[in-house]
Design a protein around this ligand. Structure first.
Ligand code: RB5
Length: 146
């Protein structure tokens, strides 16, 4: 799978762990920065990853900041993005099954590596259910016009 990933400084270390994990599993991972633990602004990195997803360069985006909150709020401002802040394998699976999230977000300062990697696996191993959930996603898209 083609996966784009980015973070701010608060997610820099966890981003590296995720990149290594997914690359070893055979995914094509594009790291869009940040490239150091220097302070930076999460909105800039949310935008890079979101555009990789909306352009089709990536099939999935992964975002990391300190809490996962700021970077997911920013990503959800981009038309076509459904970014889910996942805090467990269960919520990651539901982000795919119910929301067909095209970006998943995590907190580098608030979540354990083990939980985040298990959540990514749960997302990747789950299918979107469609049906009533597609109708609800269509209504989210309609909100972008208001
Ligand atoms: C950066 O200090 C921190 O505010 C950021 O990584 C994130 O947690 C914001 O939501």
């Amino acid at each position: 799978m083609k996966i784009a990933i980015s973070s701010d400084h608060g997610g820099f270390e966890l981003k590296g762990v995720i990149c290594d994990y997914l690359t070893k599993k055979g995914h094509t991972v594009t790291d869009l920065g940040t490239n150091s633990p220097e302070s930076c602004d999460y909105a800039d990195y949310a935008e890079k990853c979101a555009h990789a997803v909306t352009s089709g360069e990536a099939e999935l985006g992964i975002l990391v900041c300190g809490t996962g909150i700021g970077i997911s709020i920013a990503a959800n401002k981009i038309k076509g993005i459904r970014c889910a802040l996942c805090y467990s394998p269960e919520t990651a699976a539901l982000a795919k099954e119910h929301n067909n999230a095209n970006i998943i977000a995590f907190g580098g300062r608030t979540m354990s590596e083990q939980s985040v990697l298990a959540s990514i696996d749960a997302y990747l191993n789950t299918e979107f259910a469609g049906g009533r959930h597609q109708r609800r996603i269509d209504k989210i898209a309609a909100l972008e016009q208001r």
